[in-house]
Design a protein around this ligand. Sequence first.
Ligand code: HSE
Length: 307
Amino acid sequence: MNEIKIFSPATVANVACGFDVLGFCLDSVGDEMVIRKIDKKGIFITKIEGGFDLPEETQLNVAGVSALAMYDVLMPDCGFEIEIYKKIKPGSGIGSSAASAVGSVFGMNELLGRPCTKTQLTEFAVKGEAVASKCEHADNLAPAMFGGFTLVKSMSPLEILQIPTPANLYATIIHPQIEVKTSEARAILPKEVELSNAVTQWANFGSLIHALHTSDFELMKRSLNDVIVEPFRSQLIPHYYEVKNIVLEAGALGVGISGSGPSIFSLSKGVEIANNVADAMKSIYSKTDIDFDIHVTKINTQGIKII
Ligand code: HSE
């Protein structure tokens, strides 16, 4: 096999109370990439389609940098061409850079006969993700690579836990078309947090993990709260609290900022409520001059895959 085509999924990071450590994988939204083994040594980005202004220089491209990190360690006797068919808008808050970063290394690993584990591949992908967000974190990379819900237990050494996904859990995501840069959304966060807020957050986080393990939707609903990051980042997203209130009234289990925003995610039990949530979200942004995309999707328990 000298060439493969892959689907690299979009993801939601943080999941309310799990800043920088928790994430989940989306089913119907993702990039496609073609990875090709060639005789000439090196990593070459040969095509980027999708209409976004992304660099084709390997050293500046997220997919290129993660590929180089892997290439430098494995030193294979061949090179690779990478074609990127970008469907996830960069800067939308649903793991656009993570999809590119995991795509190249996953594809190379398949073509080389799978010498690396998924955790090792994620470690290479961290280098690519850091190009886009200016810091190393894996809460979008891990769910894109493994599927389902993932918990980044530690970055050094990288340790990723797969958390069960309850059946019948759906996500609704709205992407208001405004720009929020991850680096800026990180810069506005406080360096220290109040102990009382930390206690609330880790109680919510622990109980969310328990709720995912036990498919306890009522507990999930009481746990999907973020008292540390949301108060700051919500200021960057017009109408955030209007959306949050109407979505909770529509029956969602919880609402939060997807990654560093501007997308807003919500989780629901069943596709019917997830669709009602989509209508509720639309009703807020339709009254403004802000364009938006909306997705209703199952949680993708497989992650990145060959197509
Ligand atoms: N955990 C990251 C953040 C995800 O919220 O900044 C965005 O890349």
